[in-house]
Structures are given as C-alpha cells and as structure tokens.
Design a protein around this ligand. Sequence first.
Ligand code: 26W
Length: 824
Amino acid sequence: AWKKFTPKPFDTAEEFNAEAVRHIETTLARSMYNCDEGAAYAGTALAFRDRLVLDWNKTQQAQTFKDQKRVYYLSLEFLMGRALDNAMLNIGKKDVAVKGLSDLGFRMEDIISQEHDAALGNGGLGRLAACFLDSMASLNYPAWGYGLRYRYGIFKQEIIDGYQVEVPDYWLDFNPWEFARHDITVDVQFYGYVSKYQDDDGKNVSFWEGGEIVQACAYDVPIAGYGTSTVNNLRLWGSKAASGEFDFQKFNSGEYESSVADQQRAETISAVLYPNDNLERGKELRLKQQYFWCAASLFDIVRRFKKTQRPWKDFPNQVAIQLNDTHPTLAIPELQRILIDQEGLDWDEAWSIVSKTFGYTNHTVLPEALEKWSVPLFQHLLPRHLQIIYDINLQFLQYVERNFPKERDILSRVSIIEEANPKMVRMAYLAVIGSHKVNGVAELHSDLIKTTIFKDFVKIYGPDKFTNVTNGITPRRWLHQANPRLSELIASKLGGYDFLKDLTLLHKLEAYVDDKDFRKEFQEIKYANKVRLAKYIKDTLGVSVNPSALFDVQVKRIHEYKRQQLNIFGVIHRYLAIKAMSPEEKKKLAPRVSIFGGKAAPGYWMAKTVIHLVNQVGKVVNSDKDVGDLLKVIYLEDYNVSKAEIICPASDISEHISTAGTEASGTSNMKFVINGGLIIGTCDGANIEITREIGENNIFLFGNLAEDVEELRHSHMYGTYTLDPSLAAVFDSIQSGTFGDAGAFTSLVNGIVDHGDYYLVSDDFASYCKTQDLIDEAYRNQDEWLTKAITSVARMGFFSSDRCIDEYAEMIWNTEPLVPSKDE
Ligand code: 26W
C-alpha cells in the first residue's frame, strides 16, 4: 500500500532553500552556478506550489465527497496578475523564503517581479472575476471558475513618440501555476445541420450533425484561499484539432501540410483575447470562442453531475452557474440542448431546470457594448442553438402576449430576435429570460438597468428577479500585498490580521484618527509609497517628480465615457493658469503630478487621440521652466494589475469622473480609498455608495447627475448652448499648436464643440475645475487631509469582495461554505 506524500517542511531558510534548489536542479534541470533571478523565481514558485497542490487535491476530494451545491463562475476574462506573492500569503512562510532568498543573494521584491502577469482580461470585469475567485476560496465556497486559456492575453502597450503601439503578450513561456490535463478533453462541434428523427416512442427529436470538431483541453489553475486550506480550481480551456480518423487519413495520403493547417486553425480559437472593452464588434471568431468555452464547460459540469447518479430535477440544487456579463449566454441554449437532444428530457422539464440554474450579472448599460449576433452567422455556426433560441423566444412571447394582451408593441420590444436587417439575436434578453436572477454591480447601476435596458422585463417578471450586488475588491491583494506597511500598521492597532478576513473590522481604526504616532506612521507610509512610484517614473520615463507634490492619478481603460479628456483639459487649464501667475501666486500653489495610465482598444481612434494628447501635453509642460515642479504630466506605459499594485498606494487623489450613469460600478475607486487616497468623482457607479460610507466631507464630488443627462444631451443637439469660456481657452491653446500639430486633435475638440458633446465634458468642466481648486486648498491643510484619509480607510469595510460573495451565495446561488476539517 502507498503512503500519502507529505512535502518536506520549510520552517527555516535552509529548508526552504533545499526545496527551491531541488526544483531548480531537477524540475528545471538548471545549475546553481548560474542561478539568475528567473531561476530563483521558478524555484521559489515551485517550492510553494508543492504545498498548494496538496491542499488543492484535498479540497477537490472533499468537495466531491460532500457533494454540496457548487458554484460555476463563467467568465471570458480572468485578470489574475501575479500569483507568487498571493500563494506565499495563503500558504504562509513568506518570511522564511525572504530569508532563504537573501542568503542566496536575492531580494524578494525582485524575485516577485520576475513573474509575468496573467493578463487574461481587459479591465474591470476581468479583475472582478479574479477578486471573486480569491473570495470564494477564502470563504470556503465550493466554486470553480471556467474560462479560456488565451495564448496571448491583453496586448502590451508601448508608448512610442507619444502614440500607443500594441505588442503581443506571449505569457505562457514559463507558467508554473497551470496544470495541463491532457486526459480531460471535450469535443466541441461547429457548423453542420439539424436532422429530425422519430424516436422509439414516436416522439420528434432533433439532432445536430456534421460540421467540424475542435477539441477543448483543460488547463487547471489552483486558487488558494486566505487563512484556510481550501484551494479551488480555475479551469481554462485551450483549443486543439480533434485527433480523429480524418486527420489520420490525411497524414497517410501525404496531406501533411493541410493537416498542420487544420491544427493551426483549431488553435486559433483560444489564441487571443479580444482587446475591446465595452465595444461589441460581432466577429465570427469571437462567437466561436464563446461557444467553444460554453460547450466545454457545460459538458464538464454535466459530466460531474451525472457521476452522482442524481435525478435531473436535482440539477439546480447541485449546480449554480453565474454568467459574467452576456459573454457566456450560449450556456443557456447549450444546457437546454444537452437536456432535450441528448438526455431525452421534454422541453418544459428541461427549461425548468435551465432557468433555475443560471444567474446573470450585467456590467454595462452602454448600448454599443450590448452583445448582438446576426441570425445568418448564428444559423451557419450553431444551427441547432438558433432553433432552440427561437423556441425559447416563442414560449416567452406567448407568455407575454397572454399576460399583456393589450400591449401590442411590447412583443417586438422584448423579443430575443431584433427585427433588423439582418435580424439579430439580443444576448442580454436571452440571458434575462434564461436566468432566475439578474443583478447589476452598484446601486445606481442596478436601478438604471431596471428603468432602461430591462424596463419591460421588470414589468413581465416583477421586480424580484432583479437585484443588486455592489462590487468589491479583495483586501488580500489590494491592501495587504500592495501596501504591506499599511497592512502591518493596521494590524498593530487592531491586534492582528483578522481584518483581512472581515474588512468591517477596519472601523476600529477610527479610534486612532487623533493618535499622533499612528497619524505620523500613516503619513510616512503614504510618502514612502510615493517615493517608490517616483523612482519607478524616473527609471521608466526619465522624468523626476517631487514626492511631496500632490499625486493625481487616473488609471483605467481609456474610454470616452470615463472622460480622460476632461482630466487632460483640466490639466491644460491649470497649465495656462500657471503660465499667467505671478511668482507670489506660484508660491501658494501646491505642486502636482498628473499621472495617467491605461490601454486603448487598438481600433478606438478617439481613445488613442486622448493618449497622444496627454503625451504631447507632458512633453511641453514637463520641460517648461516657468512651471518647474508645479506641474508634471506623466503617462505610465502598459498599465496592468502588477503596476496597479504600485500605483494605488501612491496616490493622493485619484479620478473616477465618468459621465453620470455610464460607469456601472468602478472598482479602482475602492482600491485607491482603501490605500489612503482621496478621490474626485462624479455621482456615478460605486462612487455614490463610497460617499455614503466614508462621508461627504471625505470625497470630492462634482458634476451633473444621471437624471439630468438626457436633457443636457438634448440641449446640445437642439438648444442654444454656449461653451464654457475656460474650456474654450483650453481649445484655443490646443488649436494654436501649443501641444504640437493641432490637426491631430481636431476630432477630439470637434466632438465637443460641433458633435453634441455626448459625454457632457463641457457641462461638467467648470464644476470639475472648481473642485480641483478645492482639492488644492484641502491639500494645503495636511492635517485635515490626513484625517480624511484615515477616516475613509476606516469606513471602507463594506467594499470587500468577501461581502459580495456572501451576498451572491445568499441571494442568488443558495450555496453554503464547505469548511475544511483540521485533521485531514
Ligand atoms: C463585447 C465587448 C465587451 C467587452 C467587455 C463588452 C463589455 C465588456 C465589459 C462588461 C466591460 C467591463 O469591464 N465593465 C466593467 O465591469 C466592472 C465590474 O463590474 C465595473 O466595475 C465597471 O464599471 C464596468 O465598466
């Protein structure tokens, strides 16, 4: 009989090094004579991975054995960032590794930064999925993530001559955190046609035949919880050519090249993450990605359920599937197809199971982001699914007609099929109809979806189908890992690190808001974080910034609705003001560093123009002797998760200034406040709830409200509207060539002056500038500023993703944690 494997303990630096060296010399077959930082990273990662893997196996065994209801989180994006620091935190023993590495001549910081970010996401939605995985594991929920294993994640951004240039992100070179499960594969079908048969009982059955098969291969990533031995699984699917007889014949008949081409075509499906954020483009390959991933995941989930030999009616009691936006909506018709075409259930029985299984989270109300697929494309790629969608639609519309007989045009409004040319499948409607709960991601957003895009559905289903779960962030990564000194300071006052598991404990910090030593230490930490960012700016851009200046940060995807243009126009306004100041006036002004970062979708011209303008302004301002330290403008290249971990702790003010009603939640607003930074923001997304929690005195709100947006837009189009004079002055300076070729920025200016100013930049400009002046004034009183910052941190307890996950579990999933037993 075999004995259970237990890894060698590493309670001392020597023991840790023995394990790391063993991996470097055997697993990697490298010599310690030329052990560089890369090798040291690999050895460290593999040593910690050993411990993770054993807990992972145990967790999976226990979850199978207990067979409680599981959660499956389907997301086309998981923006994980780096894994090593997180693994060390969850396993413990980081201190031992720090000592061991230092004995070998390495600094832990350098070793950690060897790791390539896992950047399988665009922005907010992908990072939220990553925070949710962390929380589900930390709270011991039996939960799996399902996604795609892109060979190329989000592109790497280079700024060349002030322009964004996209470079492929090949991140899989060495990835110790994934395990290829070559034995776990699923054949996924595309194209073909539908045949009708009569079965033995004379029942009509449909069957999807022909077409091509692509194989999905599972790659598993362990997701460790904090302060628990639970390690959940993230399963990512990679695509390969199916190894069928067909290929074999090709090989034998000498068609070697075309067989290789088949292989490459299949691998294309999971090759690249689409870099659009909030923009739907209707590309066939994207629909292929979505079906490939949904089909493989559903097959896997159903296979696991069938092993338990339970009756089908138990399915929704055993399985909760959460749809992260509409991207996985095909899972709905796919499950219906499996149940009726393959398992032989009748329609109603199947639909009752399907519609109890799914929950749908909406992340945007922007019309250009709502997914629609053309019916002809659907017909071609997924003929059986299109039939099923038509049947779902028919049943639904009949129900609506029965209940609202007098409202004739409601049917065309709520139909899954949009009567356009070509006809389109509205994925959001399918997601609503096929789910038992629909949620938005902040209070305002959840209200808005009920009164705008899903208004008719509220009438049809009643308001209870719609709910809110305000977003959150994991305090492990966004407080403890990003800002270890602040975390340590908090722990010293709260008597330990329990707040990392229950963030509401932060409220106890309010007792220290007047504590001299605490305040001093808090301020020193912020300063040290700013020094670190200043060094990073110097090293990467060669620009010196003064760490005592006010650091004003806006880092997020570049999008017109997020209004980086408002920010840079504000910066230009400030620049013009400084140029007109007397030396006395200059003395009174607080020096500022305006920091921008974020990627533009490669085809988003306006966003790229904004990046260009920021860089041009930086070029002029940063070398203007009249300005000196009073203003610096910085564009940080290639903003990503690991850079956010350096940037968030170093801000004094961060900007969350979307047109009211457009940003569903925002999550970086939470990351900045919890790190002791104040924010300037509009009454939008989670800013509103942040204000409610931390208090109006601790946030700089400005601008028009969501309820006024429609009328303002109308007034731009039809009313008499005059441009704000200081914004006009900003435009004059741009158009006179102050920041280089004026022609490059014409479209940006014209969008506001001539084309309706859809995002209401001019309407909010005066209020924005006034609020920036208030910030200058507030920053002069460092004592009060510090009080605001500390008070805010103390009141951020609500915004933990742990709270989100408990809410999802209670309101939507109906699942319980499975707490691992100690003695196993
Ligand atoms: C089909 C193209 C496409 C791609 C991505 C459409 C929409 C998306 C995402 C839904 C965009 C996104 O990341 N939304 C963000 O989700 C965050 C998490 O809920 C919110 O905090 C942000 O406000 C929201 O913009």
